[in-house]
Design a protein around this ligand. Sequence first.
Ligand code: TXA
Ligand code: MG
Length: 334
Amino acid sequence: MTVRPEILPPSSAAIARAAELLRAGELVAFPTETVYGLGADAGNEDAVEALFAAKGRPSFNPLIVHVADLEAAERIAVFDDRARTLGSCLWAGPFTVVLPRRDDAPVSPMVSAGLDTVAVRVPASQVARALLRAVGRPIAAPSANRSGGLSPTTPMHVANDLGERVAMILAGGRCQIGLESTILDLSAGPPRLLRPGRVSRREIEGLIGPIVGSGEDDEPADALAPFAPKAPGQLASHYAPSLPVRLNAVTLGPAEALLAFGPDAFIRGGVTRLNLSPQGDLHEAAANLYAMLHSLDKPAHAAIAVMPIPDVGIGIAINDRLRRAAAPRGLSQP
Ligand code: TXA
Ligand code: MG
């Protein structure tokens, strides 16, 4: 009997095996440059249903479809000139676009949670690209974690969180970026940023002109609220560890663990602490964020106190995820 999950380094044999499992309707976790994805054949209704069940994800929360290139993306969604410009300039990369679904899209309606739109992305990671080429089909892939929890950036995170629910984990090491892709909605009305990420609002505006939306300098986070039903991953509580998270900490409470940032961490001595980036490098901090939250998320602590993170560049995406990690759990999705 095969032990579940098979955890294999991404050799060409392992990638071929992963592709075979996906084509047979199994779930395979694989690395992308952002976070690990939990892949299923997007055209296979049973596989997609198993994916929702494995994550404990509500069926109203749609999935991102991953493909090998722009051409494959155009077989799924209706691209206009703006979408094509973004696709050719930002792909392969940490960018997702929401567009109208094509009537003949080879993708189960469940992937879109019944909406007439679909989210598509061409990941940059070599392993992800090799896998997508080997499968030759669109792959639905949410982050490979239980719904609402912390995203995985290492194979062990996936194994600990999903275990036997996945057939195989392609163990490609740590994810380079460490935060999920930027999501832009181009399906109706003005372009809207649904989730900030490594590709910045400014970069997108440089290509297609002004966009509206979340989490960046000119709008408060709660401006998102009216759009929450459209992207349920954007609900207040998400990306959350088990412990409470306290933001902008400048002192440390009893039994709190410290997630520090920058050279002048204010507490010295015996407390449990990890530093996102002692040099104050926001890219390093993004890459470390989920792994450090995972390791501080232990019952020995009462809470995780996080020092202030500058709200510039990828710091905007870090603060977006931290706000959701700290949000009251009552606001969590079911
Ligand atoms: O970096 C990433 O995007 C990772 C890796 C694995 O590619 N994937 C990821 O997927 O973060 P997930 O499922 O954890 O987050 C997808 C987000 C959710 O907030 C979902 O609501 C939103 O995308 N989404 C998907 N399809 C949508 C649609 N048609 N309209 C609006 N939002 C959509
Ligand atoms: Mg997720």
